[in-house]
Design a binder for this molecule. Structure first.
Ligand code: GLN
Length: 191
């Protein structure tokens, strides 16, 4: 199984390591030609969503990737990746792929709580170490969006069709359960 990891900016190497530990092949997406190969899933890493969005457009990767997601390519998005997928961003006019029917708030925890650690439950996974870094949270979800995790009444993890998205950084804790779940979902959808 081959998973493409968006590698224009942000914390992508840690995602690759996690996927490789689980036996998946990884490919970095850095330029439009990298999209010509076949891959079974896509990871949108954390970083800075505005920078990622701008680079994707400059590199002519934005439209082809949006199309692939709309066509059903399985996606795991974390932090800035979640912002890229969100249909609405309550405190920013800019939109990314807008394929996930949720409203997110960027940098939602303010300055004092810019970065924090929390152990919380994720549906279908159990207790999980959550590393938040200038994270967004999800203010509301549209029809058919399944809520997977909440921290103090804020939604921090959702699933919708082919899209799995979290506010925190599952690649930074050495716990591969979320990536494992993602690979399992791909296997099921391929069968
Ligand atoms: N604050 C970043 C943004 O708005 C997200 C932070 C992260 O990915 N760790 O895009």
């Amino acid at each position: 199984m081959k998973i493409a990891v968006l590698a224009v900016q942000g914390a992508f190497i840690e995602h690759e390591k996690s996927l490789q530990r689980l036996g998946a092949e990884t490919a970095e997406l850095r330029k439009a030609e990298d999209l010509e190969q076949d891959f079974d899933g896509l990871v949108l890493p954390g970083g800075e969503s505005t920078v990622q969005s701008r680079l994707l457009k400059e590199l002519s990767m934005f439209e082809p990737l949006k199309e692939k997601i709309e066509e059903g390519l399985p996606v795991l998005a974390t932090c800035a990746g979640l912002i890229l997928l969100a249909q609405n961003v309550s405190n920013d006019e800019k939109r990314g792929f807008a394929t996930l029917p949720v409203t997110v708030k960027r940098n939602a925890y303010g300055r004092q709580l810019g970065s924090f650690y929390y152990e919380g439950g994720i549906k279908g996974i159990g207790t999980y170490p959550m590393e938040f870094i200038r994270a967004p949270y999800i203010e509301s979800v549209g029809d058919d969006v399944e809520i997977l995790a909440e921290v103090e009444e804020k939604i921090v993890g959702v699933a919708y069709k082919n899209q799995l998205a979290f506010s925190f950084h599952p690649e930074l804790t050495g716990n591969d359960k979320i990536h494992e779940k993602f690979l399992e979902l791909i296997k099921v959808s391929n069968n």
